[in-house]
Design a protein around this ligand. Structure first.
Ligand code: FSO
Ligand code: SF4
Length: 542
C-alpha cells in the first residue's frame, strides 16, 4: 500500500505497511480502486455532459459518496468499499452505452472486471502509478481537495440541496487527473479552480444547513452529563442529527454530541429538544477513552473513526459514508428517514454517561451571528481593543506536536481574538481565555466546513474597513490540518486570495519540493515554528 493523504502519514512521507490511522493494506487497496473507478466514471459523465446529455443527481451523489468513503478515518469496511466499486463499474458500463463518442477514453473509463480481479488491479492504480513526482503531487492535491469537497457536497445533498455546477466540476476535475496530456501548469490552474468550487460547495452547505436549521447563534454548551442513558453522536451530518433528535424525543434517552458534532448545539432548530443535553468529551482522537466512559451507544455519521476497542465496539454504529467492520451500519439513502430504533433500544439498557468534565463552552459565531455583532467588533478594532484576529481553524489530532496550538493560544497577546472552526478548537476552547469588551477571545464558527463563515467575515471586514486587499486585514492564518476536508478549506482560502497561511503541525507529505515551492512563492504558505519564534514573527514588531 502507499497512502500519504493525511497529516499523520508514517514518517511524514507515506504509510506503506499499514495506516497510522489503522487502515489495513487491503482496505487501502480497495480505496485506491474505488478512487480509480470513480475517476473513470467521472470521465464518462463529463463526456456525456459535453454531448449535451443530462447526468442524474443519483450519479452525482454516487461520485460524492465514493470519494467521501475514501477520506481518512471514514470507512474501514473492505466489504462495503468493494460493493461500491462493483456498483460504480455497473453504473459506468450503463453510461458508456449512452455515449455517442467512445474514442480516446482512458483505461479507467473502460475498465470492468469481477471482484476476483480487484486486488491485482488495485495494486496497479494507486498513488505511485503516476511516476513524475510533481504531476503526482498536483494530481493528489486536487484529488484530496475534491474528496473534501465531496464530503461537504454530500451533507448538502442529504438536505436535498444540490449544485449541478459543483458536481460537474468535481467530475471534470477527477477526469483531468487521469489525463496524461496535462502538465504542471494546467494542473496548478486546476488546483486553484478546485478552490473556487470549494467556496461554492461550502456556500451550498451553509445555505442547506441554515435554511433547514436556522442561523447558528451564540450558545453556551454544557459539557457535564445528566443521569439518564445517552446516545453520543459524532461526525458532521446535521440531517442525521435531526433524525436522531426526533426519534429519541420522549424515549427517556438523552443525546450528546462528540467532536465535530458540537456545533449542532448552535442551531435554533436543535435547541428546542430538551433531551439534547450537551457535548461529551473532546476531538475525535480521544474517542478510545471517551467512548468507553460514555457507557451508551455512539453513532458515527462521518469521520473521524478510531478503530474501536472491544469494550465498546458493540455500542458503535456507523451511517452514511462511514463504516467499520463488525459495527452495525444504519442504512438510509438521501431523502429517506433512517431508523435509529436499534440504537435507542440499546441506549435504554445502558448506564448514564460517566462525568468527565463539568462546565460550559461557548460557540455559535458563524457569519450571521458575527455580522450581527459587527458594530461591536469593528468598534473594538477601531479603538485598538482588538489588534489582531488569528484564524486557527482546521483539525485536531493525536500527535504531541499539536500541543503547539494550545501553547500558541495561551501565549497570544490579550488583544488577539481567535477565529476557529473544525475540531482544531479542542486544543484551546476550554482554556478560559476571557473576552474583550464582551467579545469572547475564541470565536467558534462551527464545523470545519464553517471555515466558509470565517471567509465571509473576513470579506465583510474588508468591506467595512474599505480595504482593497483581504491581506491588509489584521488577520493571521495559523491553520492546523489533518485530513482532506482541510485541503479543500486551504484551496478555498487560496482561491479567495489569502496569502501567508501557516500550516501545521507539518506540511503535507504529498507536496513535492517543486509544488511546495510554487505554494511558497505564490502564496507565502509556510509551516510553523516554535511558539516563541512564531509569536515574534506575528507580533514582534508591536
Ligand atoms: Fe476534524 Fe476529522 Fe472536521 Fe476532519 S473530526 S479532522 S478536517 O474529519 O472534518 O475537523
Ligand atoms: Fe496513513 Fe493517513 Fe493514509 Fe491512514 S489516511 S493510511 S494514516 S496517510
Amino acid at each position: 500500500m502507499f497512502c500519504y493523504q493525511c497529516q499523520e502519514t508514517a514518517g511524514c512521507s507515506g504509510c506503506t505497511q499499514a495506516g497510522v490511522c489503522g487502515k489495513s493494506p487491503e482496505v487501502a487497496a480497495m480505496q485506491d480502486l474505488l478512487v480509480y473507478v470513480t475517476k473513470g466514471l467521472s470521465e464518462v459523465t463529463t463526456r456525456l455532459r459535453e454531448e449535451g446529455k443530462k447526468v442524474s443527481s443519483e450519479i452525482n451523489h454516487l461520485v460524492s459518496l465514493n470519494l467521501f468513503t475514501t477520506i481518512t478515518n471514514a470507512n474501514f469496511d473492505e466489504e462495503a468499499i468493494v460493493s461500491k466499486v462493483v456498483t460504480t463499474i455497473d453504473v459506468k458500463k450503463e453510461l458508456l452505452g449512452q455515449l455517442s463518442n467512445k474514442e480516446n477514453l482512458s483505461e479507467a473509463a473502460l475498465w470492468e472486471a469481477g471482484t476476483e480481479e480487484f486486488a491485482a488491479k488495485a495494486a496497479k492504480v494507486g498513488v505511485l502509478s503516476t511516476e513524475n513526482e510533481d504531476i503526482r503531487s498536483l494530481r493528489e492535491l486536487i484529488t484530496y481537495g475534491l474528496k473534501g469537497l465531496s464530503a461537504y457536497s454530500k451533507h448538502a445533498n442529504a438536505l436535498l440541496n444540490d449544485d449541478e455546477e459543483v458536481d460537474a466540476f468535481m467530475q471534470k476535475a477527477l477526469a483531468k487527473t487521469l489525463d496524461d496530456t496535462l502538465g504542471a501548469e494546467e494542473l496548478i490552474a486546476l488546483t486553484l479552480e478546485t478552490g473556487k468550487y470549494g467556496v461554492n460547495g461550502m456556500a451550498l452547505l451553509d445555505t442547506a444547513n441554515t435554511t433547514a436549521y436556522g442561523n447558528p447563534e451564540i450558545t453556551k454548551v454544557n459539557i457535564g452529563v445528566g443521569n439518564r442513558p445517552g446516545i453520543l453522536i459524532s461526525g458532521h451530518d446535521l440531517r442525521d442529527m435531526e433524525m436522531l433528535l426526533k426519534q429519541t424525543e420522549g424515549t427517556g434517552v438523552d443525546v450528546y454530541t462528540h467532536s465535530e458534532m458540537l456545533p449542532a448545539h448552535y442551531y435554533p432548530a436543535f435547541k428546542k429538544y430538551s433531551h439534547f443535553v450537551g457535548n461529551y468529551g473532546n476531538a475525535w482522537w480521544k474517542q478510545k477513552e471517551e467512548f468507553d466512559s460514555f457507557n451508551g451507544p455512539i453513532l458515527m455519521t462521518t469521520n473521524c473513526i478510531v478503530p474501536p476497542k472491544d469494550s465498546y465496539k458493540d455500542r458503535l454504529f456507523t451511517t452514511g459514508a462511514s463504516g467499520f467492520p463488525g459495527c452495525k451500519h444504519i442504512p438510509g439513502e438521501i431523502g429517506e428517514e433512517k431508523d435509529f430504533s436499534e440504537i435507542i433500544e440499546l441506549a435504554k439498557k445502558c448506564a448514564a454517561p460517566t462525568e468527565i468534565e463539568t462546565g460550559e463552552i461557548i460557540g455559535g459565531f458563524a457569519h450571521n451571528q458575527v455580522l450581527a455583532l459587527a458594530d461591536a467588533v469593528v468598534g473594538a478594532v477601531k479603538s485598538g481593543a482588538i489588534k489582531k484576529f488569528v484564524v486557527m481553524a482546521g483539525c485536531d489530532g493525536r500527535v504531541k506536536s499539536r500541543n503547539y496550538y494550545t501553547d500558541f493560544a495561551k501565549a497570544l497577546p490579550k488583544d488577539a481574538v481567535i477565529l476557529t472552526a473544525g475540531c482544531a478548537k479542542y486544543k484551546y476552547n476550554k482554556l478560559e481565555l476571557g473576552d474583550i469588551g464582551g467579545i469572547p477571545r475564541v470565536l467558534d464558527a462551527g464545523q470545519c466546513n464553517d471555515s466558509y463563515s470565517l471567509a465571509v467575515i473576513a470579506l465583510k471586514l474588508k468591506e467595512v474597513f474599505g480595504l482593497e486587499d483581504i491581506n491588509d486585514l489584521p488577520i493571521i492564518y495559523n491553520i492546523a490540518w489533518y485530513e482532506q476536508k482541510a485541503v479543500i478549506v486551504l484551496l478555498a482560502l487560496l482561491y479567495l486570495g489569502v496569502k501567508n497561511i501557516h500550516l501545521g503541525p507539518t506540511l503535507p507529505a504529498f507536496l513535492s519540493p517543486n509544488v511546495a515551492k510554487v505554494l511558497v512563492e505564490n502564496f507565502g504558505i509556510a509551516g510553523i515554528g516554535t511558539v516563541e519564534d512564531d509569536m515574534e514573527l506575528f507580533f514582534g514588531e508591536e
